[in-house]
Every structure is written in structure tokens, then in C-alpha cells.
Ligand binder design. Structure first.
Ligand code: MN
Length: 450
């Protein structure tokens, strides 16, 4: 597959042609008002706020806000999103480095960074202030030079300092290596990207995997990268803007609270601290924000994770067909797995593979192929009618889980798997769903007067 877009601007043209782009021309306050308008707007619509509080850079939200939009970006049906991502992750492709003169993100270079120049919104009632939420952070492993790409929330502290939240994953690993050497960790914060790079950044990939190479595989051609001004980090040449800086060693500042994807506030605590020294951008740059806990936030994480989870579940249970990380679980905690069960006990094998794939997966329901895994009513119907708790529920106590789950003990908690598949060897017809012959094809409106 080859995509026809390679940047946020080109992607927005496609979204516009599909009738899913709206402009807000009137002046909008960055504190709460922009988030409120975004939240109230239908989920499937991308919005460009042309006048965010008089700041010259428009704000883009929601350009990857539905499964349909992501499927269009990847050029596959919605049902194949996870398997498409899984394929790309299994077969990453090289990127290409271009000269600065061919990189639009170098059109303007500014060494006097002032974050107040950017339209950074404040989203939820108790948020500590403005947060950068679509900042794709690029860094290199100080030991191996390998690149990591990941999204982190970043709180504006002052004109050129940000707080950054690092979960115990790859970027934190790099930071610890640098800090042990007493060194700052150079980073680049890339803002204004199409859904492919945003999705790739969310891959549950092993340490050492370069998420940009997953993006190349998804594009069907090499992602063009260009070197930063202040470090040898490579960033997407067609990004809207790049903030360059370092995570300072031995320096922590209070960060949070911040309304996060589980729809609760993350707490205030001393967290890592970024110092910025340079900003490069395109002419007429667009600023991109992901509204926390929005469909866009939930889905970008969910689809990439589904790809990785499906791959691992299929290793354990080859008859596994599909997986869905539901919106109610923030696209992280609740997983539905669909299997075409061939052997007794396979549902539990599928659960164990999925639990092992990511510490974030908390509750799993396994269903048969006659259940639409995107329809929560059908999934709960299977739980209600195909499951006996004593036999079909598996509980694992005291595992590592996601720290943002407020019911966990700071990232320590339980897992539960529910086998809602038809019991092996059930008599023919016992679980046959009722149907009315003809109900699928009748034109029901024709039976009623207006
Ligand atoms: Mn990584």
C-alpha cells in the first residue's frame, strides 16, 4: 500500500474532501473553550480553530478521531486496522534522511523559544495549566544510538521549560542512562503530524525498535527525516513544528494534575523537566492538539496496541481472529478477543497471551466468531449467556498494571479474564441465536404511514 499523503496538511485535504473537516473562524479561548467545543463536536469531525485567542498558529484537533478515519489513512477496511498495523510492526521499513533545504520544517528557525507564542490549550477543570498533548518525542539511546518515538504529556512551566511525564518505558530508560552519566538527554518534540506517525508512535514494540520505521511500512514508502539543529536526532521533514531541547538530569518539578485518558485526574508529583533551546517550523505552521480522553486519544493508542496484541495472541492461539480495546476501558484496560475455538481451553490460552503482551490490559472477554466485538451489547450478551463464573473466570492477583488506573495500588493490581465462548462440545442448537426469517431484508418504513 502507498499512501497519498505524507504530512498533516496533505492529510487534512483528504479529510476535507471526505466532508469531515470543520473550521472555527471565531476567536476561541485556549483555556477550556477550545476543549469544550472539541468535545461537543461529533467525534468523527476534525476541527481547525483558525483564531485561537489571537495567536497566529491555527489549532488542529480530531484529524484521527474515528476508526473510519484511521482506516482511510491506512487504506484498509475498519475490520483490518489491527492486522494492518500488526503487519507493519512485523515488517518495519527504513527511513530516508533528507538535506535541510528539502525539509519544510526548517523554513523558520528560532533559537529564542517562547512557549507563549504557541496556542497550547488548557483542557480540564483541575489541570495545572496548558499542556502539549500531541508532542511526539524523539530521543536516542545514549548507549546504542537507537531511536525511540513516543507521545508524552508536557506541562508548560515557563517560556522554555516543560514538565514531562515518563511512564516506565523506553524514553525513561534512556533518561536513566543519561542521568547516571550526569548528562542531559537530548530530545525533539515534533508537533503537527498525520495519523500514520501518531499511530506508529503508539506501537507496543521492544526496546530498540524505531517506531519511525513502522511509519515507513504504513506509508508504503520511506519516511523522510531531517537532522535537528542542536543534536543528531532525526525528525520528520514534513512536520509542522519541532521543539528541540534536553531532559535535565537530577532535576524534577511538580507536574499535574492533568485530566487523562481513564477520565480521571493524574496526580501532582515531582516529574522530569525539559529545557528548550530551539524551535523550527513550516511557514504558516499548524499547531496540533489531542484532546485528552477524546476519541482521538483513545483510538490512537487502542489501534496500535490492538495490532501488537493480535500478533501475540495469534502466536498462542492461531484461530484468534480479532481484538478490540474498548472505549470504555480508555482503549487500554478492557480487551475483547474473538476466536474461532477449535480446542478445549483455548480461550484461556488467548487470555494469557494477551495479559503477557502489555501491563495495561486488565480485563479480557473472549468471544466466538458470531459476536461483533465492537458492539458492547453483543459482548455483554455473550458474558450473560455463555459464561459460568466458577468455570470461566480467571483471576490473577498482584500483577503490574497501569499506574493511571485509580483502583490500582500505584500500578500494582489484579487481572481478570472471562471466557464467554460457547462451552466446548455444547449440543447443536443450544446456543443458536434467535432470528426472524426476512427481518434483515424487509423495508420497514414501507409498513408505516410517514
Ligand atoms: Mn519504543
Amino acid at each position: 500500500m502507498k499512501t497519498t499523503f505524507f504530512s498533516l496538511r496533505e492529510w487534512l485535504e483528504i479529510v476535507d474532501q471526505a466532508g469531515r473537516l470543520k473550521h472555527v473562524a471565531k476567536k476561541v479561548e485556549l483555556r477550556f473553550e477550545l476543549a469544550a467545543v472539541s468535545k461537543k463536536r461529533s467525534a468523527a469531525t476534525a476541527i481547525v480553530f483558525d483564531d485561537p485567542q489571537g495567536i497566529k498558529y491555527p489549532v488542529v484537533v480530531g484529524s484521527a478521531g474515528s476508526r473510519e478515519a484511521l482506516a482511510q489513512a491506512l487504506g484498509v477496511p475498519v475490520s483490518e486496522l489491527a492486522s494492518c498495523f500488526s503487519q507493519a510492526q512485523a515488517h518495519p521499513q527504513p527511513c530516508v534522511t533528507v538535506d535541510k533545504q528539502y525539509a519544510p520544517v526548517k523554513e523558520i528557525i528560532n533559537e529564542d523559544v517562547d512557549l507563549a507564542d504557541l496556542p497550547i490549550p488548557t483542557f480540564h477543570a483541575r489541570d495545572a495549566g496548558p499542556f502539549i498533548t500531541a508532542g511526539v518525542v524523539v530521543a536516542k539511546n545514549p548507549q546504542t544510538g537507537e531511536t525511540n518515538v513516543s507521545i508524552h504529556r508536557m506541562q508548560v512551566h515557563d517560556r522554555n521549560h516543560l514538565g514531562i511525564y515518563l511512564l516506565p518505558r523506553h524514553l525513561l530508560h534512556f533518561q536513566r542512562i543519561a542521568e547516571e552519566q550526569g548528562q542531559p538527554l537530548p530530545i525533539a518534540i515534533v508537533i503537527g503530524l498525520d495519523p500514520i506517525i501518531l499511530l506508529a508512535s503508539q506501537a507496543i514494540a521492544p526496546l530498540g525498535a524505531n517506531e519511525f520505521e513502522i511509519a515507513s511500512a504504513l506509508y508504503g514508502r520511506p519516511l523522510e527525516l531531517v537532522q535537528c539543529e542542536k543534536s543528531d536526532i532525526l525528525v520528520p521533514a514534513w512536520a509542522e513544528m519541532v521543539l528541540e531541547g534536553v531532559i535535565l538530569p537530577q532535576k524534577r518539578m511538580p507536574e499535574g494534575p492533568f485530566g487523562e485518558y481513564p477520565r480521571y485526574y493524574a496526580d501532582r508529583a515531582d516529574r522530569h523537566y525539559v529545557e528548550l533551546s530551539c524551535m523550527t517550523m513550516r511557514q504558516n505552521a499548524l499547531y496540533q492538539a489531542i484532546v485528552p480522553a477524546s476519541n482521538e486519544h483513545i483510538l490512537l493508542g487502542a489501534v496500535a496496541r490492538e495490532g501488537g496484541i493480535l500478533r501475540l495472541v495469534q502466536h498462542a492461539v492461531p484461530s484468534a481472529k480479532a481484538v478490540h480495546l474498548t472505549p470504555s476501558g480508555g482503549g487500554r484496560y478492557h480487551l475483547v478477543i474473538q476466536i474461532d475455538k477449535r480446542n478445549r481451553g483455548e480461550a484461556k490460552n488467548a487470555m494469557m497471551a494477551a495479559f503477557a503482551s502489555s501491563q495495561e490490559v486488565k480485563h479480557i472477554v473472549v468471544v466466538d466468531t458470531d459476536i461483533d466485538i465492537f458492539n458492547s451489547d453483543e459482548v455483554l450478551h455473550a458474558v450473560a449467556t455463555r459464561c459460568q463464573a466458577g468455570r470461566d473466570v480467571m483471576i490473577i492477583e498482584g500483577a503490574s498494571c497501569n499506574k493511571m488506573d485509580p483502583s490500582s495500588d500505584d500500578g500494582y493490581g489484579d487481572k481478570m479474564g472471562i471466557d464467554a465462548t460457547i462451552p466446548f462440545g455444547a449440543p447443536e442448537g443450544k446456543f443458536e441465536k434467535i432470528t426472524i426469517p426476512g427481518e434483515d431484508i424487509i423495508d420497514v418504513d414501507s409498513y408505516f404511514d410517514s
